[in-house]
Each structure stands twice: as C-alpha cells, then as structure tokens.
Design a protein around this ligand. Structure first.
Ligand code: 1CP
Length: 351
C-alpha cells in the first residue's frame, strides 16, 4: 500500500472517524485562480491544457498551494468522453463547450463505439499518474466522470442548455435510441473510471449535473439505473485500499434514498437540502458531502464563517461528513474568501 499522509477524506467517505472534517472544493482548479488564467492564455485554450499531462498536473496542484485542502482532483473535463467518441469538443470563449458533430439521428448513435481509455484517453491517464507522483501521498487524488445521462444531454444538444429540450424530446419520443446511447456511455465510463483507478485515482466522483431536470420516474430509468451499473462494475479496492465512490446529482434532494441505494459510498448534496435532514434519511448508509451555496463566497469573512459553522452544526457530531460547496466554485470568486472558507472548516470542526 502506498503511503497517504492525510487520509481524512477517504476515512470520512468510508464513515470512519477523523480528527476534523475534511474539505475540498468542486472546481477548485480553474478560472477563479489568476495562475490558472495565466497558464490557459499561454496554452491558447482549455483543451490544450487538458491534453498536456504536465500542464494538467501543474493546474491540479495550484489550489493546493494556496489552500489547506484535503484532496486534489484530476484536472480534466467530463466532456473528454464524447470528444473521444468523435464528437469534436471545442470551447468558444464566453460560450462554454460545443461539439462540432452533435448527435442528430439514430444512425449517429449506432455508429458510436465504446471507448478504450488506454488508447483513446491516454492523456488523461498520464495526467493521473503524474499527479499521483507530484502529490507524493500528501492528499488523495480524486478521479471523475460525468454520468451517462449528463453526457448524453450535452451530446444531443451539442452545447450547454437551460432546459435540454432536444434531449427530452428524444426521451419521450425515441426512448430506445436514448437507451442505446446511455448503454454505450455506461460501458465507456466503466472502462474510463477503472482505468483512472488503475492509474492512481484514489476516490472517484460521478457528476450527474443534469439528473435533477428529470421526472421522478425518468430519473430512475434514464440516469440512476446506469449509474448503478457503473458502480457495480468499478474496482472497489486497489493498492490495498478502498476506492470510495461519490455521487453528485444536482437538484437530487428528492431522491436521497434511491441515490443512497446506488452502491455509492457518499452523496454530494447541493445547498437546497438540509444536511441534518439528509443525514436522518440516509446517513446510516452513506457519507454526505457538501453543501454550502457557492454564492456565499461572494460575501465577506463574517458571513462565510457563520455559514460554515451553521453547516457543520447541521450535520452534527460524528463521522461521515466531507465539507464542500453544493456545486462548483464560480470564476468570479476572490481567492482570499476561499482561504477564509477553508480555514473556517479547519477551525470549527476540530484540530
Ligand atoms: O478555462 C476555461 O474557460 C475552461 C473552464 C473549465 C474548467 C476549468 C471547463 C469547461 N471545465 C473545467 C475543469 C473541470 N470540469 C473539472 C476539473 C477542475 C476541478 O474540479 O478542479 C471538473 C471536475 C469538471 C467537471 C464538469 N465539466 C462538469 C461537472 C461539474 C459541474 O460543475 O456540474 C460539467 C457539467 C462540465 C462541463 C463544462 N466544462 C466546462 C464548462 C464551462 C462546463 C459547464 C458547461 C455548462 O454550464 O453547461
């Protein structure tokens, strides 16, 4: 077993006791850091950063130099999978991700192949190995992927969307084509996450960012069923250690029991859910991660500290809580406020 100097994240995700509440931040590496923006402008664009393992490794380390975080997260994106499947990902300044060849017809779905990560996404796996080397056991490395549903939504729309109307049309008009797509994505994601684990990812998080736009029945059928299949096929122990799985379904607060039964070790919660209530409902079975509103970081040290305290009190004493935001940090946040946030979690949660 390789040495891990700070294992409080993994312990909390496994609901084992720790001396304080671990903390990391969704999207901790990225646009809120001036040193990230510098590197991106040197590299030209976001994909050039992702595809260069040395640069990706450097970016993953940037937030750890500023803040006392309990984890690093792979620097990459959930949309590298559709890119590897041939959709042609690119980023338009100020407009976000776009695909050159979005899915339009049944034939488009039929002609997609399941990816072989070692061949198609070797740059991600190299970045994972390099990050593990660079971390040298200081904190665990989190690997990640999108959920099949969330990736399918981007692949069908071709870009981000507020209501994903094209995707929902497929869901109700051509459910069998959507299922075919979700099955191919599921097989690709099993391969991808296991390859990340074998390359050094010590925790994996599945981002179901758009699960919350589905109806109750559709969520189970079109999102959670495939996530269950992924989790059931992941390597659960590697290098003599458990590899915990965290599942984040944005706006998934109505389905905590169903999400908790997916096989995940922890549920990442957005800010619309009470931690106390979530713990009462599913805390016996899974750890909980979250859930400060990222907008709090736009306020001032006093408000940030009191929100941190309120959230810690809401979870209460005992193991099984990982502090995080309820969604990714936004690009406009002042790093000084992030420092206040991380320090507050340390100060109010123990040693
Ligand atoms: O510099 C830039 O303009 C690129 C901005 C950027 C960054 C820094 C994008 C484009 N992706 C990322 C990195 C990223 N994305 C990480 C690693 C960084 C870290 O966490 O430290 C991770 C885990 C993601 C995950 C991701 N990408 C999600 C799931 C999490 C979430 O926020 O819900 C989603 C939905 C994406 C798609 C995506 N990629 C980039 C953007 C701007 C978006 C969102 C598009 C949209 O709003 O629909």
């Amino acid at each position: 077993m390789s040495e891990l100097k700070n294992d409080c994240l993994i312990k909390s995700l496994m609901k084992e006791p720790t001396t304080r509440t671990p903390v990391w931040i969704m999207r901790q590496a990225g646009r809120h850091l001036p040193e990230y923006r510098d590197l991106r402008s040197q590299a030209g664009d976001f994909m050039s950063l992702c595809q260069n393992p040395k640069l990706a490794c450097e970016i993953a380390m940037q937030p750890l130099r500023r803040y006392k975080l309990d984890a690093a997260i792979l620097f990459s994106d959930i949309l590298t999978i559709p890119d590897a499947m041939g959709l042609g990902l690119h980023f338009v300044e100020g407009e976000g991700p776009k695909f050159r060849k979005p899915l339009r017809t049944e034939r488009d779905v039929e002609s997609l192949s399941v990816i072989n990560s070692k061949v198609d996404l070797s740059y991600v796996l190299e970045a994972v190995s390099l990050m593990r080397k660079e971390l040298d056991g200081a904190v665990p490395l989190i690997g990640f992927s999108g959920s099949p549903w969330t990736l399918a939504a981007y692949m069908i729309e071709g870009h981000s969307s507020r209501d994903f109307s094209r995707t929902k049309t497929w869901l109700y008009k051509h459910p069998e084509i959507l299922h075919q797509l979700l099955q191919k994505l599921t097989l690709s994601l099993i391969d991808y996450l296991n390859a990340q684990i074998c390359s050094g990812a010590q925790v994996v998080q599945i981002f179901d960012t758009w699960g919350g736009i589905l109806s109750h029945e559709a969520y189970e059928k079109f999102s959670l069923a495939y996530i269950r299949e992924i989790i059931a096929n992941l390597i659960s122990r590697y290098d003599d250690r458990e590899v915990p799985v965290v599942l984040f379904t944005k706006s998934g607060g109505n389905w905590l029991e169903e999400i908790a039964s997916s096989g995940c070790n922890a549920i990442s919660l957005d800010w619309t859910v009470s931690l106390r209530e979530a713990r009462r409902r599913v805390g016996a079975n899974v750890a909980l991660q979250g859930n400060m509103d990222p907008a709090v970081l736009r306020s001032n040290p006093e408000s940030i500290e009191s929100e941190v305290q309120r959230i810690l009190d809401s979870y209460g004493s005992g193991s099984g809580h990982v502090f995080n935001l309820g969604h990714g940090i936004t690009p406009d946040i002042d790093p000084r406020n992030v420092e206040v946030f991380v320090e507050a979690v340390h100060r109010y949660s123990g040693a």
